[in-house]
Ligand binder design. Sequence first.
Ligand SMILES: [Zn+2]
Length: 365
Amino acid sequence: MNITFLGAAETVTGSNFLVEAAGKKFLVDCGLYQGKATEELQNTEDFLYNPADIDFMLLTHAHIDHSGRIPKLYNDGFKNKIYCTHATKDLCSIMLPDSGHIQESEMEWKNKKRIRAGEEPLPPLYTAEDAIKCMELFFSVGYDEIVEITENIQVRFNDAGHMLGSSIIELWVTEDGKTEKVVFTGDLGNNDIPLLDSPTMIDTADYLVMESTYGNRLHMRNDEKAELFLDIVSSTLDNGGRVIIPSFAVGRTQEILYEIDKLKETHMDDEAFQKKYKTLMKVPVYVDSPLAISATEVFKKNTDLFEEEIQEKLKNGDHPLEFPGLKFTPTAEESKALNDEYTPAIIISASGMCEVRKNKTSFKT
Ligand SMILES: [Zn+2]
């Protein structure tokens, strides 16, 4: 067996591993490089293997730094199966076309400059349409089942607790009558990520390929974050302001909705809390990003992946992503109309939208 590290090594993004084993060549993840312009330039480079020679791919989760070069891989000749969980497939079906849109609009902007400078326009890395096409390769499986890809290659996807559908992949390879096990952790979640289960404990491995992005950092406890959140929200609203939360559309937005839902259901006699609580209850909460709205729908479709405590709530008819005052703005008109209102509100927006909102929203003092 031979494993080549082609991304997310000496850097965080661009996850891409090539495994050559049991007569097959396959990939684990194929993500975009994101961040520094010099790193992003690597996205346009040719793959260091021929995509048409790759027999299959294993995808740990839908985040773009793990999945975002799949449409390019498809365009460059890869036409075989991509194994992932059901929720990862659902999320990729919205996140990859969204990434395609971003590629198109970024290139349109760059090309305007290129044309002005007398240079030839360039095509985008891939288009939204390419991204829709590559979804035909996705083959989804459930957690915890052993999938026999060939006689000598088996895999199992285990909950990584990092995002909806995220997986730690166990891989068994048999060569010359000897079976060895490799574990790819993908990105790992914390034990207290809202909505999701804790990462699965894997007992054994011969080889372990592990992410270590936050390996040297202690995260703030989640209950402390919720308290801080309520403080900021209530003081802003009390001042007649609007709370604008730039948020990742997938994962973070749903965590915020869940925390607001939880706060709205909290009963505490404490006077200080009651004051903040009343402020929170008065205002509408808008989800103002088409991707975040679609992602919330995917979360609602996959509630079987939520942690046990939430499963119980669901059985009692209490949905963690629904509460009075929650509004969505799926159309551009509805989104624009938000700018014309000056009443206090909480607006969860795509992270890139914050600059625009900041400029257009007037704050009463
Ligand atoms: Zn991730």
